[in-house]
Write a protein of this length. Structure first.
Length: 263
């Protein structure tokens, strides 16, 4: 079945994989796989073109089941330690989906927190929001409070601003802030796998506690560990906007201006 038989961008059509993701299919990648396996029908005909477009007038089925878009929902979860961002527990206490009611378990998490990490996690079925928050080009800050296993000096934080090499690539902090002899605030725009832990590990330090406390300008407020809440449009807007740099944060521009001596 050709794409010309269906909607185009001009008349409101969307790609079939995006449509299926809006119906609760885990991701566009999974949708593409289902299409490749011949399990997707549009108007009674099996399709094999992931790039085709459909409109609300088209009748879409997967494995014989009619697909309809779900209501778009955005949830903020305060992930406790011991839970994994996965559909399966994999030996952990449980998954983030165990913390949500069944009606919300179709949502996708935006950016992982590993089992030993805590803090804010956005979960949604809004694909565009997921893309903006997840991709480094979006430039959305994530702030982490970190406690390590031993005292460290300011040169560690200065090196984070310059960048360190980790298995996932070149990792760099946008801002840093010293909290105590063993605690620091790290602000990232990147989202490399286990980035904060690996950055400290590269400099001989082991992270004991890691908490994500901010996404963009969105803070968790009084959300208890394991608790969640719906986000309205104003909350989502906060998550997509970085706050002005606070004076306590040291960034690369201050590092260069002061020759790297600031603490």
């Amino acid at each position: 079945m050709s794409e010309e038989q269906h909607g185009s961008e001009e008349n409101g059509g969307i790609r079939i994989n995006k449509f299926l993701a809006s119906c609760g299919i885990d991701s566009r990648r999974v949708a593409d796989r289902l299409i490749g396996e011949g399990r997707v029908e549009v108007n009674g005909k099996v399709i094999d073109t992931p790039g085709m477009r459909v409109t609300e007038k088209d009748f879409v089925k997967v494995d014989g089941r009619h697909m309809t878009p779900m209501e778009e929902v955005v949830v903020l979860l305060n992930k406790p330690r011991g839970y994994v961002c996965s559909r399966e527990a994999q030996g952990a206490i449980g998954t983030v989906y165990d913390l949500l009611p069944p009606r919300l378990r179709h949502l996708n998490y935006v950016g992982r927190l590993d089992a030993d990490s805590e803090g804010l996690l956005i979960m949604t079925n809004k694909g565009e929001l997921t893309q903006i928050l997840s991709h480094p080009t979006g430039g959305i800050e994530k702030e982490y409070w970190v406690t390590v296993d031993q005292n460290f000096d300011n040169s560690v934080l200065m090196q984070f601003l310059r960048g360190v090499r980790i298995p996932e690539g070149n990792a760099r902090a946008k801002y840093v802030c010293r909290a105590s002899a063993r605690r620091a605030c790290i602000v990232l725009e990147q989202g490399l796998k286990r980035q904060v832990r690996q950055m400290f590990q590269c400099l001989g330090l082991r992270v004991r506690k890691l908490v994500r406390v901010r996404i963009g300008s969105l803070w968790g407020g009084d959300l208890e560990p394991g608790g969640w809440k719906f986000l309205d449009d104003a909350d989502v807007a906060l998550s997509l906007k970085n706050p002005p740099r606070q004076r306590k944060y040291l960034g690369a521009s201050q590092l260069v201006a002061g020759g790297g001596r600031q603490g």
